[in-house]
Write a protein that binds this ligand. Structure first.
Ligand SMILES: [Zn+2]
Length: 124
């Protein structure tokens, strides 16, 4: 059980490192992200083809749509509870909404990429 737990911890570390720091799962070079939430086509260091394993399609909407509703609801509740000035509320929305969406997308896409790379036997 100890080795299983350490492997699980290692996997979560790989996910965080890939999502937050953009480290390639195979060579640890900082080459994963080309845009805030889009993979580079290939790793510039070890030439691992990220694009071949990139999650595409409508599957991500099942996470982004509920998240959008939560963010809208949170904004309305914040406005109702604190009645902040409009400029402050708009400023918060402009910063928090894209940050939350991009952060969630990065976590989700990195998790799917790692799962697909492991299933294909590319990384351990
Ligand atoms: Zn690499």
């Amino acid at each position: 059980m100890t080795s299983g737990e350490s492997q699980n911890t290692k996997g979560q570390g790989g996910l965080i490192r890939a999502a937050l720091f953009g480290l390639c799962p195979r060579c640890d070079a900082r080459t994963l992200w080309d845009a805030p939430a889009a993979f580079a086509p290939v790793c510039r260091s070890c030439e691992l083809a990220f694009a071949a394993f990139e999650p595409r399609g409508r599957g991500l909407y099942f996470v982004l749509l509920p998240l959008t509703f939560v963010l809208i609801g949170g904004s309305l509740k914040l406005d109702e509870a604190l009645r902040p000035p409009l400029w402050l509320l708009m400023g918060l929305i402009v910063v928090v909404v894209p940050g939350t969406i991009v952060g969630t997308l990065r976590l989700l896409k990195a998790a799917l990429l790692l799962a697909r790379l492991r299933a294909a036997g590319v990384v351990a």
